[in-house]
Design a protein around this ligand. Structure first.
Ligand code: ADP
Length: 445
């Protein structure tokens, strides 16, 4: 057997069950995710840690395959069976040759905005009008759904009022099923292993719950709107490509009720609340510098992958059980620069050239990092205190910069102001910032 050259940290998916472990081995089921921690004791083996049971031991390399990152692919769809606005006859043609349970969803031509579920059964095509009422979708006024994804999921498992179970999606040309891709690559999690707990956050697009997945504590963001869920699929694809101790790790997604995004639970919540609730008597300057360095290292990793964050701010930094700060919320992260909606920009954190000309770059992330440093050293204060968003826009443009927070070390303030150079090129890189912060940390320890 050819040796696989996997390094420590590689995430692997089990290809088969291994339920009767011998001495030193660990047990796992097909589809479980294991993280390699080093070479094995014998040839062809690895030492690995089971991501959910936490067990560590020997695993045969031949039972594993590497968990691949998802390519960002606009053809990847959560609704590959959705064909847009096509007439009934066109739908009938698309469903040839007929096959029991073959289905698609289209938008009605006669009633724009209404959907129609078309499904084959005994050589015929049945068209079910989907009615939209009180923010819900329904076919029979008995079962109601938040979105089409849920509806299809339901009728794939229950016949309900329709002729047959939905068995096989008729995919729109050019689209690929996100579900198939997620399943194959090992990022699709199993709903039955998830227990939801209390709400811990309210995001812009959906609530965030604490929970448990196969024994591991997790955070679950639930996005109900199907269009938003599709957009978040991209955020998720970005996350599958990133592994770093200072980035919140993605465990996977579940396609239920829209989209569930499952990440590791950061038990100490977001950095702003962490600092505000504890204050300067409980959190030392060394600790502040460690947080600053944590975030900087995470950003250095993004920088090395040529990814931008675009929304770097204290509220998007989460603190783990062992006090490590990790960057979350890659909602706006994109490769290179791309148009974004100006009205939604977090003005107090956004570099002037990004506000004015939409010029986003690693250097504009560095500007935001400077504001984040200010938040850290002021123990979670709102930046530009008492100034409105418009005042900030105007004053910063004219050269105004924030004063140092109370008792902020002079060197740290000088790092902040270097991030706020008007000329983007004059701002330091995250690599450079890390070196300066490491030096600063040495001085204080
Ligand atoms: P959105 O991007 O939709 O605004 P966020 O991802 O920022 O939502 O989440 C909102 C809040 O939920 C965060 O500020 C944080 O308090 C909480 N939260 C999100 N993810 C986690 C996590 N992995 N662990 C702990 N808390 C989390």
């Amino acid at each position: 057997m050819a040796m696989k050259n996997w390094t420590a940290g590689t995430q692997c998916v089990a290809k088969k069950d291994h339920c009767k472990p011998k001495d030193g081995e660990i047990s796992y089921h097909k589809g479980d995710i294991l993280t390699l921690v080093g070479p094995g004791m014998r040839k062809g083996e690895y030492t690995a840690r089971h991501n959910t049971t936490g067990e560590e031991g020997q695993v045969s390399g031949s039972n594993l395959r590497e968990r691949e990152a998802l390519r960002i692919d606009p053809k990847l769809s959560l609704m590959p069976w959705f064909h847009g606005k096509i007439a009934g006859q066109q739908a009938v043609d698309k469903l040839k040759p007929t096959e029991d349970g073959l289905f698609l969803v289209r938008e009605s031509v006669r009633h724009p905005g209404d959907f129609v579920l078309c499904v084959c059964f005994s050589q015929k095509v049945f068209h079910y009008r989907v009615i939209y009422q009180d923010n819900k979708l329904t076919i029979d006024n008995m079962q109601f759904f938040d979105n089409l994804i849920d509806m299809i999921e339901f009728y794939s498992r229950n016949r309900g009022a329709i002729a047959t179970l939905l068995l096989k999606p008729k995919k729109k040309e050019g689209l690929k099923s996100a579900e198939t891709k997620l399943l194959k690559s090992g990022w699709l999690l199993d709903l039955s292993k998830l227990t939801l707990g209390e709400i811990i956050g309210e995001g812009e697009f959906g609530a965030v719950f604490a929970g448990e997945y196969a024994g591991q504590r997790v955070a679950v963001k639930i996005i109900k709107c199907d269009v938003t869920a599709q957009a978040f699929l991209e955020e998720t694809s970005v996350m599958t490509n990133l592994h770093h101790k200072n980035l919140v790790p993605l465990l996977g997604v579940i396609l239920h009720n829209g989209l569930h995004i499952v990440t590791e639970l950061m038990t100490k919540g977001n950095l702003v609340n962490f600092l505000r609730s504890r204050g300067r008597f409980a959190v030392s300057v060394i600790q502040l510098l460690r947080f600053a360095l944590d975030v900087c290292e995470g950003m250095e990793h993004l920088e090395s992958k040529k990814l931008l964050h675009r929304d770097l701010a204290g509220r998007n930094i989460l603190v783990s059980e062992d006090g490590v700060a990790k960057i979350s919320d890659f909602g706006l992260a994109r490769v290179g620069s791309m148009a974004v909606d100006n009205s939604k920009l977090p003005v107090k954190w956004t570099a002037p050239e990004a506000l004015k000309n939409k010029k986003f770059s690693t250097q504009s992330d560095v500007w935001s990092y400077g504001v984040l440093l200010w938040e850290i050293f002021s123990y979670g204060r709102q930046p530009y205190p008492k100034m409105t968003v418009n005042e900030v826009k105007e004053c910063v443009e004219k050269g105004y910069r924030m004063d140092p927070p109370d008792e902020c070390p002079a060197d740290v303030y000088s790092i902040m102001t270097s991030c706020w150079q008007t000329e983007p090129k004059k701002r330091p890189s995250f690599h450079k910032l890390r070196e300066r912060l490491e030096k600063e940390l040495k001085l204080h320890t």
